[in-house]
Design a protein around this ligand. Structure first.
Ligand SMILES: [Zn+2]
Length: 263
């Protein structure tokens, strides 16, 4: 298994024990997770991502980007700093980037500008893009279309991370691009809505596993701090939804992750 989206570098892992981040990587490896992709969200986290990757270079890969909730007037400078910090770590993606109107919708113009610019950056660097889209599906689609026009239709590979939408949402997104969908612990929740149907709509060929640690711990760990070691609960739930074996979902999603990130 590959955890395609995990924030094990955060202080929720290091504040109680100094080597807590490395220990969380080691527990995940023990639990059958061979690789973990660590997306930055801002300038400070970029340094934390680089540090954890330096400590566990075999098991972690980095992604560099400015998260939509962190976008301010000075986003270009902050992005330059993130690229300066993480560029030397051979990042496997640009991310996480996108649009988030859940927390604050006052900066929508800046969020769009930064999202489109980071898709173009990914295309220039030959990297895929990890998209964070919250309460902003139409706005995300709009930016993807705008970037695609500037790129003559040659969009980089995309993943909608932490996807929790419906089959209709999957079809809507597929009108503008053909992305992967990152599925996390939400799929194990009782109130996961139409997400299981969306997983069927997406199909095995376009699914990626992720934990989004330390958030959204899957059942039976729900309510606790999440970590990559819990990834198999998500894999098993997807297998159950698709009525195949966990080994099949493990193999398919691992292959997808390796194709997508070229790792
Ligand atoms: Zn994230």
């Amino acid at each position: 298994m590959v955890d395609t989206h995990t924030h094990l570098y955060m202080d929720s892992f290091s504040k109680e024990e100094p080597d807590g981040c490395q220990a969380a990587v080691d527990r995940a490896v023990e639990a059958g997770v061979e690789l973990m992709v660590l997306p930055a969200v801002d300038r400070e986290s970029a340094a934390e991502v680089a540090a954890l990757h330096a400590a566990r270079p075999e098991r972690t890969r980095t992604a560099m980007g400015l998260h939509p909730t962190e976008v301010g007037e000075d986003w270009r400078e902050e992005l330059d700093d993130i690229v300066a910090t993480l560029g030397p770590t051979s990042p496997v993606a640009i991310g996480e980037v996108g649009i988030d109107l859940y927390w604050d919708d006052s900066k929508i113009a800046l969020q769009k500008e930064a999202f489109i610019a980071q898709i173009l950056l990914a295309a220039r660097l030959g990297l895929p893009v990890i998209i964070h889209c919250r309460d902003a599906m139409e706005q995300c689609c709009e930016c993807i279309v705008a970037a695609g026009e500037q790129l003559g239709g040659q969009l980089p590979p995309l993943v909608f991370h932490s996807f929790t939408g419906s089959p209709d949402d999957v079809r809507r997104i597929r009108q503008v691009c053909d992305p992967y969908f990152g599925i996390n612990g939400v799929v194990t929740f009782k109130n996961s809505g139409r997400l299981p149907d969306a997983v069927k709509e997406i199909g095995l060929g376009r699914l990626l596993l992720e934990t989004d640690s330390p958030y959204l711990a899957p059942v039976p760990k729900r309510g606790r701090r999440n970590e990559s070691a819990y990834l198999s609960h998500i894999n098993s739930k997807i297998a159950e939804i698709l009525a195949i074996s966990p080994q099949e979902t493990d193999e398919a999603t691992t292959r997808n992750a390796k194709d997508f990130f070229r790792i």
